[in-house]
Design a protein. Structure first.
Length: 167
């Protein structure tokens, strides 16, 4: 694949939604970024086998630990049964532990283990290193455009996290 075809921006024709080419292009860009990062990490760091769903739970627990399964499910917008299954896998891997909730002895909470903290730190470092290398390969104007777009991308993520308007 040539450098030009790898960086080619899809045509700005209107998609099935009609007049929303920016939404379509952004969807394509996000999809390509996720696929490229996932692929490059597994190539550059072959030990990286942690599923993304587990990484996301580790990230939530890194910020909000301990947490009930229902809280983790709400934060990740997943079914509690899905999160419970993931937590079970992560307990077996030694990444998290289940404990009694000190506020309600009938409930349980999930906490990161030291192994979970280490795995999350290694995952974060590997991804940041890979993204840093890719950013360094860009020209100054492209890096500046990405830097300037970051606040808007965070705002977009917040809006996407809000319940959809009805009607």
């Amino acid at each position: 694949m040539s450098a030009q075809s790898r960086t080619e921006v899809p045509a700005r024709s209107a998609g099935p939604a009609g007049d929303q080419p920016e939404a379509r292009l952004l969807t394509e860009a996000v999809t390509r970024l996720r696929r490229a990062l996932r692929s490059s990490i597994r190539t550059d760091y072959p030990w990286e086998t942690l599923p993304m769903a587990q990484v996301e739970l580790l990230q939530v627990l890194g910020e909000h630990s301990p947490a009930r399964v229902s809280d983790l499910a709400a934060r990740r917008r997943l079914a509690p049964s899905t999160v419970s299954g993931l937590v079970g896998q992560m307990i077996n891997a030694g990444l998290v532990a289940r404990d009694v909730d000190s506020a309600d002895r009938r409930a349980s909470v999930v906490t990161l283990t030291e192994a979970g903290r280490e795995k999350l730190a290694a995952w974060t470092t590997a991804h940041e290193r890979r993204i840093d290398a890719a950013l360094a390969a860009l020209d100054d104007s492209s890096r500046a455009a990405i830097t300037h777009a970051l606040p808007a991308l965070f705002q977009l993520a917040e809006h996407l996290g809000e319940p959809a308007a009805e009607g």
